[in-house]
Write a protein that binds this ligand. Structure first.
Ligand SMILES: [Zn+2]
Length: 166
């Protein structure tokens, strides 16, 4: 079982389908040379926001997949509260994105692979489930972990070999 490695809630129906969509978003980033991280936001069985990492392209440290997806979802429903939404993201959210997730009241977060350097959904800390904040999300971690991690390891391996061959 690759889910619920830290006592979090279990995988639900359709989770894999939506994570596959987040992986598709990550591939769009990869195609333009960005670190492959993707996210989708789902409400009532429908994707209402998508995003992929655009940090280099946009010269924007805040252009993470989750931030872009949150903005799109909020525009779609014309509300800043994403109360009945689930956010799927291939990599564990960083502190900025975890903060934005709490601010936008996302109901549930499902992420693929852990981030030992910046993960704030259980690895370094857990900002998504901090009882002192006014909102806590439900959380499922490690869904399709291998696929999500492979995207990143393949990307960085290629980057290194390109640098070495110069
Ligand atoms: Zn982030």
């Amino acid at each position: 079982m690759d889910v619920n490695n830290s006592g979090q809630r279990f995988e639900r129906e359709d989770d894999r389908r939506w994570m596959a969509e987040a992986i598709e978003e990550a591939r769009k980033a990869e195609a333009i040379g960005e670190v492959p991280i993707g996210a989708v936001i789902v409400r009532n069985g429908e994707v209402i926001g998508r995003g992929y990492n655009l940090r280099e392209t946009g010269h924007d440290a805040t252009a993470h997949a989750e931030m872009i997806a949150i903005r799109e979802a909020s525009q779609h429903i014309e509300a800043w509260r994403l109360l009945d939404c689930t956010l799927y993201v291939t990599l564990e959210p960083c502190p900025m994105c975890a903060g934005a997730i709490v601010q936008s009241r996302v109901k549930r977060v499902v992420y693929g692979t852990h981030d030992p350097k910046a993960g704030c959904a259980g690895t370094l800390m857990n900002l998504l489930q901090e009882p002192r904040f006014n909102h806590e999300t439900e959380l499922t971690s490690g869904l399709m972990q291998e696929e999500c991690a492979d995207l990143l390891t393949t990307f960085f391996r290629r980057l290194r070999s390109r640098r070495e061959s110069r």
